[in-house]
Design a binder for this molecule. Sequence first.
Ligand SMILES: Cc1ncc(COP(=O)(O)O)c(C=O)c1O
Length: 376
Amino acid sequence: MKMFNVYPTYDIEIVKALGSTVWDSNGVEYLDMYGGHAVISIGHTHPHYVEMLTSQLSKIGFYSNSVKISLQDELAEKLGRLSGKEDYSLFMCNSGAEANENALKLASFHNGKKKVISLRGAFHGRTSLAVMATDNPKIQAPVNHTDNVVFIPAGDKEALKAEFASGDVCAVIMEGIQGVGGIILADDDFVRLVRELCDANNAVFIADNVQCGCGRSGKYYYEDHAGVKADIYTMAKGIGNGFPVGAIAISPKFKPVYGMLGTTFGGNQLACAAAIAVCDVIEQDKLIDNAAKMGDYLMSEISSLGCGAIKDVRGKGLMIGVELDCDTAEFRKKLLFDKKIFVGSSGNKQVFRLLPALSINQSHCDKLLSALKELL
Ligand SMILES: Cc1ncc(COP(=O)(O)O)c(C=O)c1O
């Protein structure tokens, strides 16, 4: 059997990693400013993470949700504290798409309504309703099609009000910072308006923090910058630092009913150990503050490089988009093969993304800066 070939890949095999450094099978060293697509939050192979996972595996790796798993309670308590949402409840699953599916279902169970408002440029995953809330018809199969999702332009307050005025809104789902969309930030006023309109219309505010969450923006959830609480936060990527963990944090207004949500793998012992280790390291090493500081440093230094090819630098914390005056594909190849630095692409061909571990330091940033200066 062969792999089903759906990924265009670089001819590089990463076999070892530490912090923000990775090595390929030929022993070549790279700087990882991509974090395997915003997944690596506390750095690769962090000793506490390795210890928590290996010692858990030697005890028990998996048992299903038919028995008590006290590691889930420990994680819920730690996540609640770290995110400042101690009165929220946690439901665990395995990926970002699954987190969004569960959030959308929960919203509809809660208010009995169907219409979901999503934003142009959004990416919420590849499963049934999540993919229909994603602004990319190429990845929506005929079997996915539904009239339950409507799109409005990102940040368009009048369009948002008009959709609410036409009634029956179940939920608004949005990424505070659109990642795949090319690092498009929701402004505070828009986030507040979503909150207000959801409150006034018995609709549910789902904040997709799969990419921008877990401290990456310099606050645990992006919406914290606007002082707004969403009803459901969806998470994945950074929460497990590479172990597949998805989760939703649910406001106390939702009442759980046995069987309304469920999963075989979600919340297993290994997944909990990984996510607990991530919380521990983020808290102990103050990685959310570090993300804010390193993000400001990177954005201001890139902006002042004086490179004519750079049209815009935008983002929050360590979720940064650099827009060039051309397609970034060739540039990213040069950065990777000549300078040995990984960065990410985006749905906007002129924007490349920086999504490094929240633990990067100034010397990592300076290495990237000098490479950008030489190449652009
Ligand atoms: C904002 C956002 N939501 C959801 C997803 C889907 O996550 P997953 O690939 O874990 O299903 C992604 C993945 O890139 C994402 O960036």
